[in-house]
Write a protein that binds this ligand. Structure first.
Ligand code: GLA
Length: 407
Protein backbone atom coordinates (compact mmCIF):
# COMPACT_ATOMS: atom_id res chain seq x y z
CA UNK A 1 0.00 0.00 0.00
CA UNK A 2 2.70 2.40 1.16
CA UNK A 3 4.92 1.22 -1.71
CA UNK A 4 2.17 1.91 -4.27
CA UNK A 5 1.54 5.39 -2.89
CA UNK A 6 5.26 6.11 -3.02
CA UNK A 7 5.48 4.94 -6.65
CA UNK A 8 2.46 7.09 -7.50
CA UNK A 9 4.06 10.11 -5.86
CA UNK A 10 7.38 9.58 -7.61
CA UNK A 11 5.54 9.10 -10.92
CA UNK A 12 3.62 12.31 -10.36
CA UNK A 13 6.77 14.22 -9.50
CA UNK A 14 8.51 12.85 -12.57
CA UNK A 15 5.73 13.92 -14.89
CA UNK A 16 5.85 17.42 -13.36
CA UNK A 17 9.58 17.59 -13.98
CA UNK A 18 9.15 16.35 -17.56
CA UNK A 19 6.32 18.82 -18.23
CA UNK A 20 8.40 21.67 -16.79
CA UNK A 21 11.34 20.64 -18.95
CA UNK A 22 9.13 20.54 -22.06
CA UNK A 23 7.91 24.01 -21.22
CA UNK A 24 11.46 25.31 -20.95
CA UNK A 25 12.38 23.66 -24.25
CA UNK A 26 9.47 25.16 -26.14
CA UNK A 27 10.00 28.63 -24.66
CA UNK A 28 13.72 28.62 -25.31
CA UNK A 29 13.91 26.21 -28.22
CA UNK A 30 12.92 28.79 -30.83
CA UNK A 31 15.75 30.22 -32.82
CA UNK A 32 15.91 33.97 -33.33
CA UNK A 33 14.92 33.30 -36.89
CA UNK A 34 11.77 31.44 -35.87
CA UNK A 35 10.82 34.32 -33.60
CA UNK A 36 11.36 36.86 -36.39
CA UNK A 37 9.58 34.70 -38.96
CA UNK A 38 6.34 34.64 -37.00
CA UNK A 39 5.13 38.00 -38.20
CA UNK A 40 6.00 40.84 -40.56
CA UNK A 41 6.98 44.19 -39.04
CA UNK A 42 4.10 45.90 -40.81
CA UNK A 43 6.31 48.31 -42.80
CA UNK A 44 6.84 48.92 -46.54
CA UNK A 45 3.37 47.87 -47.69
CA UNK A 46 4.34 49.38 -51.04
CA UNK A 47 7.93 49.31 -52.38
CA UNK A 48 10.09 51.87 -50.53
CA UNK A 49 10.92 55.07 -52.42
CA UNK A 50 13.75 57.48 -51.74
CA UNK A 51 17.37 58.30 -52.47
CA UNK A 52 20.63 56.57 -51.58
CA UNK A 53 24.10 58.11 -51.75
CA UNK A 54 26.06 55.15 -53.13
CA UNK A 55 25.56 55.08 -56.92
CA UNK A 56 26.68 58.69 -57.35
CA UNK A 57 28.82 59.57 -54.34
CA UNK A 58 30.18 56.21 -53.12
CA UNK A 59 32.60 57.02 -50.25
CA UNK A 60 32.60 60.74 -51.09
CA UNK A 61 29.38 61.26 -49.17
CA UNK A 62 29.21 63.88 -46.41
CA UNK A 63 26.60 65.72 -44.38
CA UNK A 64 26.39 68.65 -46.83
CA UNK A 65 25.58 66.31 -49.73
CA UNK A 66 22.82 64.75 -47.66
CA UNK A 67 21.33 68.08 -46.56
CA UNK A 68 21.48 69.46 -50.12
CA UNK A 69 19.82 66.30 -51.40
CA UNK A 70 17.03 66.50 -48.82
CA UNK A 71 16.40 70.13 -49.79
CA UNK A 72 16.39 69.27 -53.49
CA UNK A 73 13.99 66.40 -52.92
CA UNK A 74 11.54 68.88 -51.49
CA UNK A 75 12.16 71.62 -54.10
CA UNK A 76 12.03 69.26 -57.10
CA UNK A 77 8.72 67.72 -56.07
CA UNK A 78 10.28 64.31 -55.41
CA UNK A 79 9.16 64.21 -51.78
CA UNK A 80 5.59 64.96 -52.77
CA UNK A 81 5.75 62.30 -55.49
CA UNK A 82 6.51 59.69 -52.81
CA UNK A 83 10.32 59.61 -52.51
CA UNK A 84 10.46 59.40 -48.76
CA UNK A 85 13.71 57.90 -47.50
CA UNK A 86 17.05 59.71 -47.63
CA UNK A 87 19.61 56.95 -47.10
CA UNK A 88 23.31 57.37 -46.40
CA UNK A 89 25.14 54.32 -47.68
CA UNK A 90 28.63 53.13 -46.75
CA UNK A 91 31.40 55.35 -45.33
CA UNK A 92 29.42 57.41 -42.81
CA UNK A 93 30.86 55.48 -39.85
CA UNK A 94 33.92 56.31 -37.83
CA UNK A 95 35.40 54.03 -35.16
CA UNK A 96 33.58 52.43 -32.24
CA UNK A 97 34.09 54.15 -28.88
CA UNK A 98 35.53 52.39 -25.82
CA UNK A 99 32.10 50.92 -24.99
CA UNK A 100 31.58 49.60 -28.49
CA UNK A 101 29.15 52.31 -29.62
CA UNK A 102 29.42 53.30 -33.27
CA UNK A 103 30.37 56.91 -34.03
CA UNK A 104 30.14 59.04 -37.18
CA UNK A 105 33.18 59.79 -39.34
CA UNK A 106 34.26 63.12 -37.80
CA UNK A 107 35.51 64.59 -41.10
CA UNK A 108 32.50 63.69 -43.22
CA UNK A 109 29.76 64.02 -40.61
CA UNK A 110 31.09 66.50 -38.02
CA UNK A 111 27.60 67.36 -36.71
CA UNK A 112 26.83 63.69 -36.06
CA UNK A 113 24.10 61.44 -37.37
CA UNK A 114 21.39 62.51 -34.92
CA UNK A 115 21.62 66.12 -36.10
CA UNK A 116 21.45 64.99 -39.73
CA UNK A 117 18.42 62.77 -39.05
CA UNK A 118 16.72 65.71 -37.31
CA UNK A 119 17.45 67.91 -40.33
CA UNK A 120 16.06 65.36 -42.80
CA UNK A 121 12.96 64.90 -40.64
CA UNK A 122 12.47 68.68 -40.53
CA UNK A 123 12.13 68.58 -44.32
CA UNK A 124 9.28 66.10 -44.06
CA UNK A 125 11.44 63.14 -45.11
CA UNK A 126 12.64 59.96 -43.42
CA UNK A 127 16.24 59.03 -42.78
CA UNK A 128 18.12 55.81 -43.47
CA UNK A 129 21.57 54.48 -42.76
CA UNK A 130 23.82 51.57 -43.74
CA UNK A 131 25.65 48.80 -41.91
CA UNK A 132 26.88 45.28 -42.55
CA UNK A 133 26.38 41.81 -41.08
CA UNK A 134 30.13 41.22 -40.96
CA UNK A 135 32.97 42.70 -38.92
CA UNK A 136 33.60 45.30 -41.63
CA UNK A 137 31.43 47.02 -44.24
CA UNK A 138 32.27 46.67 -47.92
CA UNK A 139 34.07 50.04 -47.65
CA UNK A 140 36.12 48.83 -44.66
CA UNK A 141 34.24 50.66 -41.88
CA UNK A 142 33.08 48.85 -38.71
CA UNK A 143 30.27 46.35 -39.39
CA UNK A 144 27.60 45.31 -36.89
CA UNK A 145 28.61 41.71 -36.16
CA UNK A 146 28.66 41.32 -32.38
CA UNK A 147 27.05 44.74 -31.94
CA UNK A 148 23.62 44.15 -33.47
CA UNK A 149 21.41 45.09 -30.49
CA UNK A 150 23.71 47.92 -29.47
CA UNK A 151 23.65 49.36 -33.01
CA UNK A 152 19.88 48.98 -33.38
CA UNK A 153 19.42 50.89 -30.13
CA UNK A 154 21.83 53.59 -31.29
CA UNK A 155 19.94 53.91 -34.59
CA UNK A 156 16.63 54.19 -32.74
CA UNK A 157 18.04 56.93 -30.51
CA UNK A 158 19.34 58.80 -33.56
CA UNK A 159 15.90 58.60 -35.22
CA UNK A 160 16.78 56.21 -38.04
CA UNK A 161 13.82 54.98 -40.14
CA UNK A 162 15.55 52.60 -42.58
CA UNK A 163 18.58 50.32 -42.40
CA UNK A 164 20.39 48.91 -45.43
CA UNK A 165 22.37 45.90 -44.19
CA UNK A 166 25.20 44.60 -46.36
CA UNK A 167 27.03 41.26 -46.55
CA UNK A 168 30.80 41.93 -46.74
CA UNK A 169 33.35 40.36 -44.33
CA UNK A 170 30.81 37.84 -43.04
CA UNK A 171 33.18 34.85 -43.19
CA UNK A 172 31.21 31.66 -42.74
CA UNK A 173 28.22 33.38 -41.12
CA UNK A 174 24.86 31.92 -41.99
CA UNK A 175 22.77 34.52 -43.82
CA UNK A 176 19.41 33.46 -42.37
CA UNK A 177 20.76 33.68 -38.85
CA UNK A 178 22.68 36.92 -39.39
CA UNK A 179 19.71 38.78 -40.91
CA UNK A 180 17.33 37.37 -38.28
CA UNK A 181 19.53 38.73 -35.48
CA UNK A 182 19.48 42.25 -36.91
CA UNK A 183 15.75 42.02 -37.75
CA UNK A 184 15.12 41.07 -34.13
CA UNK A 185 17.39 43.83 -32.85
CA UNK A 186 15.54 46.45 -34.93
CA UNK A 187 12.19 45.23 -33.62
CA UNK A 188 13.44 45.34 -30.02
CA UNK A 189 14.76 48.88 -30.52
CA UNK A 190 11.39 50.50 -29.99
CA UNK A 191 11.42 52.31 -33.34
CA UNK A 192 9.84 51.38 -36.68
CA UNK A 193 12.80 50.76 -38.98
CA UNK A 194 12.46 49.42 -42.52
CA UNK A 195 14.97 46.58 -42.98
CA UNK A 196 16.70 46.50 -46.39
CA UNK A 197 18.73 43.30 -46.78
CA UNK A 198 21.70 43.59 -49.12
CA UNK A 199 22.93 40.03 -49.43
CA UNK A 200 23.02 40.08 -53.27
CA UNK A 201 20.77 37.03 -53.61
CA UNK A 202 23.60 34.67 -52.65
CA UNK A 203 21.56 32.57 -50.19
CA UNK A 204 18.27 33.08 -52.09
CA UNK A 205 16.59 35.33 -49.47
CA UNK A 206 13.31 35.29 -51.42
CA UNK A 207 12.88 31.73 -50.09
CA UNK A 208 13.20 32.59 -46.39
CA UNK A 209 13.30 36.32 -45.65
CA UNK A 210 9.64 37.25 -46.13
CA UNK A 211 9.17 38.36 -42.53
CA UNK A 212 12.79 39.19 -41.73
CA UNK A 213 13.43 41.94 -44.28
CA UNK A 214 11.16 44.40 -46.07
CA UNK A 215 13.29 44.15 -49.20
CA UNK A 216 16.19 42.01 -50.24
CA UNK A 217 18.71 42.56 -52.99
CA UNK A 218 18.25 39.85 -55.59
CA UNK A 219 21.52 40.48 -57.47
CA UNK A 220 25.02 41.93 -57.26
CA UNK A 221 25.46 45.66 -57.79
CA UNK A 222 23.98 47.58 -60.70
CA UNK A 223 26.22 49.71 -62.87
CA UNK A 224 25.23 52.54 -65.15
CA UNK A 225 24.94 50.69 -68.47
CA UNK A 226 21.98 49.35 -70.42
CA UNK A 227 23.57 46.18 -71.77
CA UNK A 228 27.34 46.73 -72.22
CA UNK A 229 29.21 44.57 -69.75
CA UNK A 230 32.93 45.30 -69.34
CA UNK A 231 36.00 43.79 -67.67
CA UNK A 232 35.98 46.28 -64.82
CA UNK A 233 32.49 45.25 -63.68
CA UNK A 234 31.86 41.72 -64.76
CA UNK A 235 32.84 39.87 -61.59
CA UNK A 236 30.49 41.81 -59.28
CA UNK A 237 28.25 44.28 -61.14
CA UNK A 238 25.49 43.95 -63.72
CA UNK A 239 23.96 45.99 -66.53
CA UNK A 240 20.28 46.92 -66.40
CA UNK A 241 19.29 44.11 -68.78
CA UNK A 242 21.26 41.52 -66.79
CA UNK A 243 19.55 42.62 -63.59
CA UNK A 244 16.15 42.49 -65.26
CA UNK A 245 16.77 38.89 -66.30
CA UNK A 246 17.90 37.89 -62.79
CA UNK A 247 15.06 39.62 -60.95
CA UNK A 248 12.13 38.88 -63.26
CA UNK A 249 11.79 35.14 -62.47
CA UNK A 250 11.43 35.95 -58.76
CA UNK A 251 8.12 37.77 -59.26
CA UNK A 252 6.01 35.40 -57.20
CA UNK A 253 8.06 36.03 -54.04
CA UNK A 254 7.29 39.76 -53.81
CA UNK A 255 4.34 41.26 -51.99
CA UNK A 256 3.32 43.98 -49.53
CA UNK A 257 6.03 44.26 -46.87
CA UNK A 258 8.57 42.07 -48.68
CA UNK A 259 10.02 43.06 -52.05
CA UNK A 260 12.66 41.83 -54.44
CA UNK A 261 15.26 44.59 -54.75
CA UNK A 262 17.03 44.71 -58.15
CA UNK A 263 19.24 47.55 -56.76
CA UNK A 264 19.06 51.31 -56.87
CA UNK A 265 18.34 53.51 -59.86
CA UNK A 266 21.07 54.91 -62.11
CA UNK A 267 18.83 57.49 -63.80
CA UNK A 268 20.76 60.74 -64.22
CA UNK A 269 24.23 59.30 -63.67
CA UNK A 270 25.25 59.68 -67.31
CA UNK A 271 25.94 56.15 -68.55
CA UNK A 272 22.67 55.65 -70.45
CA UNK A 273 20.52 57.59 -72.91
CA UNK A 274 17.20 59.14 -71.84
CA UNK A 275 15.43 56.31 -73.73
CA UNK A 276 17.39 53.70 -71.78
CA UNK A 277 16.72 55.48 -68.49
CA UNK A 278 12.98 55.50 -69.29
CA UNK A 279 13.19 51.73 -69.87
CA UNK A 280 15.11 51.30 -66.59
CA UNK A 281 12.44 53.25 -64.68
CA UNK A 282 9.50 51.54 -66.41
CA UNK A 283 10.85 48.03 -65.82
CA UNK A 284 11.64 48.76 -62.17
CA UNK A 285 8.04 49.98 -61.75
CA UNK A 286 6.71 46.85 -63.49
CA UNK A 287 8.81 44.70 -61.12
CA UNK A 288 7.39 46.53 -58.06
CA UNK A 289 10.99 47.38 -57.24
CA UNK A 290 12.00 49.85 -54.56
CA UNK A 291 12.47 53.19 -56.37
CA UNK A 292 15.63 54.49 -54.75
CA UNK A 293 17.14 57.28 -56.85
CA UNK A 294 20.93 57.16 -57.01
CA UNK A 295 21.85 60.41 -58.75
CA UNK A 296 22.87 63.93 -57.66
CA UNK A 297 19.39 65.27 -56.97
CA UNK A 298 20.63 68.77 -56.17
CA UNK A 299 22.10 69.14 -59.66
CA UNK A 300 19.91 67.01 -61.92
CA UNK A 301 18.73 68.16 -65.34
CA UNK A 302 15.15 68.42 -66.52
CA UNK A 303 15.22 65.11 -68.42
CA UNK A 304 16.29 63.23 -65.31
CA UNK A 305 13.70 65.03 -63.22
CA UNK A 306 10.92 64.26 -65.68
CA UNK A 307 11.77 60.54 -65.64
CA UNK A 308 12.02 60.24 -61.85
CA UNK A 309 8.83 62.29 -61.50
CA UNK A 310 6.63 60.39 -63.94
CA UNK A 311 3.79 59.95 -61.47
CA UNK A 312 1.86 57.57 -63.71
CA UNK A 313 4.79 55.16 -63.82
CA UNK A 314 5.32 55.62 -60.08
CA UNK A 315 1.65 54.69 -59.55
CA UNK A 316 2.24 51.36 -61.32
CA UNK A 317 5.15 50.65 -58.97
CA UNK A 318 3.21 51.74 -55.89
CA UNK A 319 -0.06 50.03 -56.74
CA UNK A 320 -1.53 48.69 -53.46
CA UNK A 321 -2.17 45.21 -54.86
CA UNK A 322 1.58 44.73 -54.55
CA UNK A 323 2.03 42.15 -57.30
CA UNK A 324 5.37 42.10 -59.13
CA UNK A 325 4.80 42.17 -62.88
CA UNK A 326 6.65 39.87 -65.22
CA UNK A 327 7.42 39.03 -68.83
CA UNK A 328 4.55 37.19 -70.52
CA UNK A 329 5.98 36.98 -74.04
CA UNK A 330 9.36 37.22 -75.73
CA UNK A 331 10.55 36.89 -79.29
CA UNK A 332 14.20 37.77 -79.78
CA UNK A 333 14.64 41.33 -78.55
CA UNK A 334 10.90 42.05 -78.29
CA UNK A 335 9.09 41.50 -75.01
CA UNK A 336 5.66 42.02 -73.45
CA UNK A 337 5.41 42.60 -69.70
CA UNK A 338 2.22 42.70 -67.60
CA UNK A 339 1.61 43.82 -64.01
CA UNK A 340 -1.80 43.28 -62.40
CA UNK A 341 -3.06 46.46 -60.71
CA UNK A 342 -5.86 47.10 -58.24
CA UNK A 343 -9.38 47.38 -59.62
CA UNK A 344 -8.66 44.85 -62.37
CA UNK A 345 -6.40 47.20 -64.34
CA UNK A 346 -3.12 46.10 -65.97
CA UNK A 347 0.21 47.79 -66.46
CA UNK A 348 1.69 46.78 -69.82
CA UNK A 349 5.19 47.37 -71.16
CA UNK A 350 6.35 46.65 -74.71
CA UNK A 351 10.13 46.42 -74.42
CA UNK A 352 12.59 46.48 -77.32
CA UNK A 353 16.12 45.42 -76.32
CA UNK A 354 17.35 45.52 -79.89
CA UNK A 355 19.32 48.03 -81.95
CA UNK A 356 16.54 48.72 -84.50
CA UNK A 357 12.95 49.94 -84.03
CA UNK A 358 10.53 47.04 -83.45
CA UNK A 359 6.79 46.74 -83.74
CA UNK A 360 5.56 44.84 -80.69
CA UNK A 361 2.00 43.68 -80.06
CA UNK A 362 0.39 42.55 -76.82
CA UNK A 363 -2.67 40.35 -77.18
CA UNK A 364 -5.77 39.92 -75.02
CA UNK A 365 -4.51 36.49 -74.02
CA UNK A 366 -1.22 37.94 -72.76
CA UNK A 367 -2.73 40.97 -71.03
CA UNK A 368 -5.99 39.58 -69.70
CA UNK A 369 -7.52 43.07 -69.51
CA UNK A 370 -11.25 43.53 -68.97
CA UNK A 371 -13.45 43.87 -72.07
CA UNK A 372 -14.40 47.49 -71.39
CA UNK A 373 -11.25 49.45 -70.63
CA UNK A 374 -9.38 52.53 -71.70
CA UNK A 375 -5.74 52.58 -72.73
CA UNK A 376 -3.49 55.27 -71.32
CA UNK A 377 0.05 55.90 -72.58
CA UNK A 378 2.07 56.51 -69.41
CA UNK A 379 4.96 58.32 -71.12
CA UNK A 380 2.83 60.44 -73.50
CA UNK A 381 0.40 61.12 -70.60
CA UNK A 382 -2.73 60.66 -72.65
CA UNK A 383 -5.57 58.26 -73.32
CA UNK A 384 -5.09 56.69 -76.71
CA UNK A 385 -8.45 54.94 -77.03
CA UNK A 386 -10.48 52.01 -75.84
CA UNK A 387 -9.04 48.54 -75.35
CA UNK A 388 -9.90 46.51 -78.42
CA UNK A 389 -8.28 43.26 -77.42
CA UNK A 390 -4.71 44.03 -78.36
CA UNK A 391 -2.22 46.87 -78.34
CA UNK A 392 0.65 47.52 -80.67
CA UNK A 393 3.41 50.10 -80.91
CA UNK A 394 6.63 50.67 -82.77
CA UNK A 395 9.20 50.90 -80.02
CA UNK A 396 12.54 52.66 -80.42
CA UNK A 397 15.81 50.74 -79.84
CA UNK A 398 16.40 50.02 -76.10
CA UNK A 399 13.05 51.66 -75.43
CA UNK A 400 9.64 50.89 -74.01
CA UNK A 401 6.04 51.82 -74.61
CA UNK A 402 4.12 51.70 -71.35
CA UNK A 403 0.37 51.61 -70.85
CA UNK A 404 -2.28 51.32 -68.19
CA UNK A 405 -5.28 49.37 -69.37
CA UNK A 406 -8.25 49.67 -67.12
CA UNK A 407 -11.36 51.51 -66.05
C1 GLA B 1 27.99 46.68 -51.69
C2 GLA B 1 26.51 46.96 -51.93
C3 GLA B 1 26.37 48.33 -52.56
C4 GLA B 1 26.96 49.39 -51.65
C5 GLA B 1 28.43 49.05 -51.35
C6 GLA B 1 28.99 49.95 -50.27
O1 GLA B 1 28.69 46.55 -52.89
O2 GLA B 1 25.94 45.97 -52.72
O3 GLA B 1 25.01 48.62 -52.82
O4 GLA B 1 26.22 49.45 -50.46
O5 GLA B 1 28.57 47.71 -50.90
O6 GLA B 1 30.32 49.66 -49.97
Amino acid sequence: MWGRAMRHLVGLLLSFVIAAMACVTSAHGETTQEVVNKAPNGLALTPPMGWNSWNKFACNVNEKVVRDTANAMVASGMRDAGYQYVVVDDCWAGPRDSNGFITADPQRFPSGIKALADYVHSRGLKFGIYSDAGRLTCGGRPGSQGHEYQDALTYARWGIDYLKYDWCSTGDRNAKEAYAVMADALRQSGREIVFSMCEWGTAKPWLWAKNAGNLWRSTGDIFDSFDKQDDAHKSWAHTVTEIVDLNEPLWSYAGPGHWNDPDMLEIGNGGMTPTEYRSHFSLWAMMAAPLIAGNDIAHMDETTRSILLNKEVIAVDQDPLGVQGHRVWKDGDSEVWVKPLSGGAKGVVLFNRGEAPATIRATAQQVGAPARARVRDLWAHKYIGRWTGSIQATVEPHGVAMFRIGP
